[in-house]
Design a binder for this molecule. Structure first.
Ligand code: ATP
Ligand code: MG
Length: 629
């Protein structure tokens, strides 16, 4: 079917469109009403229908594909691989669910999961879903303070943690972090269940009191736990946003709408059919991990490949070896990860047989054209940029190769996904921007199935954060965008990152893109810094590619030339700093606001999500030393 017809139906006849998609999943009782949008901006999908995410991910497949590989969890850190068929995964999840029940966890209770990217994280999530407990996965790389904030907000009955994670060969004990978080958390003191990987033998006195998963598992292996049939709009899980722009929000997802969005998107966007293999390099702690490492592929009867480790460790061929070994069809990663690989020899991309690979999807940050070109040429498969947010839970702007592949346009994630009433509007007037004009990316309610239902226990924050920027009611993405005459949308950066030079509004992304057009550049971050004369001026921080052999001064001159050629002298960077690393969040997003603050001698703000503190020191040193041009 043509994309245009499909999309148009989703907008013009949402109820019949989504009623049809709803048949992709199992309903214990069918919905009474497809859409209730009587209280905007809230909306409820598949009202009165009851279903269960775990049942749809596992039980439903047992008859037809019980022996098929459901999950392969590969760790390049420990060197261990765990492979489970649907039947084996079902057994583990049932045992885990029985453990939860034995610990008094009930429907509606919250369970915080603080685990690395290992099979047990998947078991724990599905076990919660099975009994109707609400999971809140906290990325294992987060420090104690970030964990404490999320514990206090979710008020869990149980916290599931590992003894340790690993990163680049280094063990990171988790239990000291758990202890610090529990000491800081004010509201609750949950029981702690420990998945002991045998990585961190030293234990504190307190950790002796923790429950041991292996012991409890042994007691419950073979148990069958009945699924809890949940009303479509009951909460399934909470997931906090990355916090790039402020205090993280507890995004609340429903059950039925999310299941339907997963079943549709795994087929029509990611082009993965039952029995095929999906490899998402994300961590289960992120939105991508929830949707395309766990729920999407399993609801779709596919095989999910889970990876613990770095993109270039032990060597930059590790992901392509896995593609070869498992016959991966669709792969999902981030521009940040590809830029890490781009610093390495491109020969690694050709070393393994990746002929089963059809598509590489990338999301999370703007995908600059040089990086997209590099990986497309290196792998010989189309690269599909897709735009989404933790809030949306699945791509909002993408191409849909499982339906019909529209032409890839470098720099743009493409066209709106079904159900997204996308508009680009003028920030001041609220009028729709003409093609080629910049504006704010918004979605007209009702949001499609799968998107957030609210902010956990804070309907007011849901309305205020997303729907009060414009009248009439519109969901604001807080991203700045531009649409071309074919309807392809390009993201220009976050609205609060926009740089205002002498009255001209420039997206950080536009300037970053032209800086990266200089061949010596690996990665660039651009921020607007106060200037008495011009209001703001662009300041560039860039890392260089290995082996190009330019001095920082030569590279800076090249970058400036590219910007002036592509965007004009209005965008000319005031200062360019060459550094070894850029400060990013744990999810790989540039912390432009911290960079901007440092440039203006201000407080860099909340750094609890900062990945590598050394990167910030780098920037401080560069600022002291002065620009490289
Ligand atoms: P917070 O909302 O707490 O500040 P965050 O916005 O960084 O955190 P996420 O939901 O993980 O948290 O990230 C979504 C954002 O990532 C988008 O709003 C957009 O700015 C950026 N993004 C995601 N995909 C793309 C893409 N394909 N192109 C450009 N930007 C993207
Ligand atoms: Mg956001």
């Amino acid at each position: 079917m043509r994309y245009e017809d499909f999309y148009r139906r989703s907008i013009e006849q949402p109820e019949s469109f989504w009623a049809e998609q709803a048949r992709l999943i199992h309903w214990h009782t069918p919905p009474r009403q497809i859409l209730d949008a009587s209280q905007p901006p809230f909306r409820r999908w598949f009202v009165g229908g009851t279903t269960n995410l775990c049942y749809n991910a596992l039980d439903r497949h047992l008859a037809e594909r019980g022996e098929q590989l459901a999950l392969a969890a590969v760790s390049s850190e420990t060197g261990l691989t765990r492979e489970l068929s649907y039947r084996e995964l079902h057994r583990e999840v049932n045992a885990f669910a029985a453990v939860l029940v034995s610990l008094g966890v009930e429907r509606g209770d919250r369970v915080v999961i603080y685990l690395p990217n290992i099979a047990e994280a998947v078991f724990a999530m599905l076990a919660c879903a099975r009994i109707g407990a609400i999971h809140s996965v906290v990325f294992g790389g987060f420090a104690a303070h970030s964990l404490a904030l999320r514990i206090d907000d979710a008020e869990p009955k149980l916290l599931i943690a590992a003894d340790a994670g690993m990163r680049g060969g280094k063990t990171i004990p988790y239990l000291p972090l758990v202890e610090a978080a529990l000491a800081e958390a004010k509201l609750v003191s949950p029981q702690v269940l420990v998945v002991d990987r045998g990585l961190a033998p030293q234990r504190s006195a307190r950790s002796e009191r923790y429950l041991d998963y292996a012991t409890l598992r042994a007691r419950h292996l073979g148990d069958e736990v009945p699924v809890a049939w949940l009303e479509s709009n009951e909460p399934s899980y909470l997931l906090y946003t990355s916090g790039t722009t402020g205090k993280p929000k507890g995004i609340q997802r429903d059950v039925g709408g999310y299941a339907v969005a997963m079943a549709m998107s795994i087929r029509l966007i990611f082009d993965v059919a039952p029995g095929q293999v999906m490899f998402s390099t994300s961590d289960v702690g992120w939105a991508v991990g929830h949707s395309y490492n766990v729920y999407g592929p399993l609801i779709g009867g596919a095989t999910s490949l889970l990876y613990e480790g770095l993109p270039a460790h032990p060597d930059p061929g590790v992901w392509w070896r896995l593609c070869e070994r498992y016959g991966v069809r669709s792969m999902f990663s981030s521009p940040t990860a590809i830029r890490v690989l781009k610093k390495q020899d491109a020969a690694w991309l050709k070393k393994y047989d990746v002929s089963a690979l059809k598509w590489l999807f990338l999301a999370g940050e703007p995908l600059d054209e040089p990086t997209a070109q590099w990986i497309t040429a290196g792998l010989g498969v189309p690269v599909i940029d897709n735009y989404w947010q933790t809030e949306t839970g699945w791509p909002a702007i993408t191409l849909m190769p499982g339906l019909e592949l529209k032409p890839v346009k470098f720099g743009s994630p493409g066209l709106p996904a079904p159900g997204y009433r996308l508009k680009v509007i003028d920030e001041a007037s609220g009028d729709e921007a003409a093609p080629g004009e910049k504006g704010v990316l918004v979605f007209e309610p009702p949001l499609p199935p799968g998107c957030l239902s609210t902010v956990w226990r804070d309907d007011a924050r849901y309305v205020a954060s997303y729907f009060e920027h414009f009248k009439p009611l519109l969901y604001s993405s807080l991203d700045w965008a531009i649409r071309d005459a074919d309807g392809y949308t390009t993201i220009l950066g976050r609205t609060d990152d926009v740089i205002n030079v002498a009255g001209h509004r420039l997206g950080t992304r536009e300037i970053e893109e032209s800086v990266a057009a200089h061949p010596g550049v690996a990665e660039a971050a651009v921020v607007g810094v106060q200037d008495e004369l011009k209001g703001q001026v662009p300041v560039v921080f860039a890392t260089l590619r290995q082996g190009v052999g330019e001095t920082p001064g030569q590279a800076a001159a090249g970058m400036r030339r590219c910007v002036v050629e592509q965007l004009g002298s209005i965008a000319r960077p005031a200062r360019i700093y060459v550094v070894n690393a850029l400060p990013k969040t744990r999810s790989g997003k540039l912390l432009r606001r911290s960079l901007q603050a440092l440039c203006q001698q201000a407080d860099p703000g909340d750094l609890s999500t900062l990945d590598d503190p050394a990167a910030l020191d780098e920037v401080r040193r560069a600022l002291q030393r002065g620009p490289d041009d």
